[in-house]
Design a protein around this ligand. Structure first.
Ligand code: PMP
Length: 405
């Protein structure tokens, strides 16, 4: 196959979705009027397929901070963190992350993807081993591949399978980085983190937690899954993103246990890419303060999640997991999922369509994600739109409570 024939093959696989009559890949949000409402193809829609869990993208304090920063520090840094791209605001955000997470050190990156690729590929190298959860995000797989370490997968959310793999490694377990996520973003299920910690400690391995979707959404103070499960001191490294609960863009790696500062002069994705703009850092800092100060945002988020989860279960949908800010409905086929996605959009509700190979276990799912900013009316609209889908597309009997896989 020539270089450009690959593009034609890629186009053909995208045409499969088009043949289903939907244009779900890269659907353009023409106007984002608020954290939960936008315009797609001329229609006003409730946004229920974002990662705007706390609804902070339009928070006045965050917007004001960004505007003030762009006025006083300009539109961009035009340099990498190691050259001219570290401003006082980047260092201040790292200090604030340390204080918030109780970390010894933190490093801020330009995106969460880059934080994972850079940190993982530098922490582990040839001669080391990475054992990762099979459902890991692309950036985790990418970092693992780039590291040159031996890479093994363990069964998703299965501490016994992890233990089996670490046992087989013998003394090499002490040169092993285990990687899991907190809240998994496709099915909305949660890692058994405390058990994972027990297992990696038993074998003397190290653990990196990608807390992208649990930071801000879980734990009494919003510090994520390790706080929620009471094992913050056991996790060696935490990576995360600013593009979800914090409502901006960027990423970090933090550690309570280790001084990770020496990595700054080793991580190529830190040394050779431009740093985040001052306005992005400013809104992120403002949002971080709100996560700590406004626990009611988390309460509202989980109330919204519970309402939608219970309603969709009652409508007879098969749900991906117990209730969480991500609610996946498992559809029978890619075709059914695509038709349902379009019906929801026509009813003014935007969710994510995920078809093979995008979703775990080759499932076809509709991924609905909730926000603290969804109003009771918007939650009703989301539920009513799903009721239409249940009525018109599904012939299974209605259940009282949601099933789960
Ligand atoms: N890790 C996980 C689990 C994610 O879901 C994502 C984003 N979808 C990332 C990392 C990357 O984050 P970012 O968008 O900041 O690059």
């Amino acid at each position: 196959m020539s270089l450009l024939e690959k593009l034609e093959a890629a186009q053909r696989s995208q045409d499969v979705l088009k043949a289903l009559g939907v244009n779900a890949i890269g659907a353009t949000i023409d106007v984002a009027g608020s954290a939960t409402e936008g315009e797609i193809a001329g229609n006003r829609v409730v946004l229920a397929g974002t990662n705007n869990y706390l609804g902070l993208t339009f928070d006045q304090a965050c917007v004001d901070a960004a505007v003030a920063a762009v006025r006083s520090h300009g539109t961009g840094t035009t340099g990498s963190r190691l050259a001219n791209g570290t401003y006082a605001c980047h260092a201040a955000l790292e200090d604030e992350l340390n204080a918030f997470l109780g970390a010894r050190s933190s490093i801020v990156f330009t995106t969460g993807y880059v934080a994972n690729v850079g940190t993982i590929s530098t922490l582990a190298g040839p001669g080391d081993v990475i054992v990762l959860d099979a459902d890991s995000h692309a950036s985790i797989y990418e970092g693992a591949k780039l590291s040159g370490a031996e890479v093994y997968r363990f069964r998703h959310n299965d501490p016994d399978d992890l233990a089996k793999r670490l046992r087989r490694l013998g003394e090499r377990a002490s040169r092993t980085l285990v990687i899991v996520e907190g809240l998994y973003s496709m099915l909305g299920d949660v890692s058994p983190l405390k058990k994972i910690c027990e297992v990696k400690d038993r074998y003397g391995a190290y653990l990196l937690l990608d807390d992208a979707h649990s930071f801000g959404t879980m734990g009494a103070n919003g510090r994520g899954l390790a706080e929620a499960q009471g094992c913050e001191d056991e996790v060696d490294f935490i990576t995360g993103t600013f593009s979800k609960s914090l409502g901006s863009v960027g990423g970090y790696c933090a550690s309570r246990k280790h001084d990770i500062n020496p990595l700054r002069a080793q991580i190529r994705a830190y040394m050779f890419t431009a740093s985040s703009t001052p306005s992005v850092i400013a809104s992120t800092r403002a949002a971080l303060q709100l996560i700590g100060r406004r626990p009611e945002l988390r309460t509202r988020l989980w109330q919204n999640a519970k309402r939608v989860h219970s309603a969709l279960g009652s409508l007879g949908f098969t749900l991906g997991a117990d209730f969480s800010p991500v609610i996946a409905t498992i559809m029978d086929s890619p075709q059914q999922a695509a038709s349902a996605w379009q019906m929801l959009l026509d009813a003014g509700v935007y969710v994510n369509l995920v078809v093979p190979p995008g979703a775990p276990k080759n499932l076809s799912i509709l991924r609905c994600s909730l926000s603290a900013a969804h109003t009771p009316d918007q939650i009703n609209q989301i539920i009513s739109a799903y009721a239409l889908v249940a009525d018109q597309l599904m012939d299974r009997p209605k259940a009282v409570a949601g099933g789960s896989i």
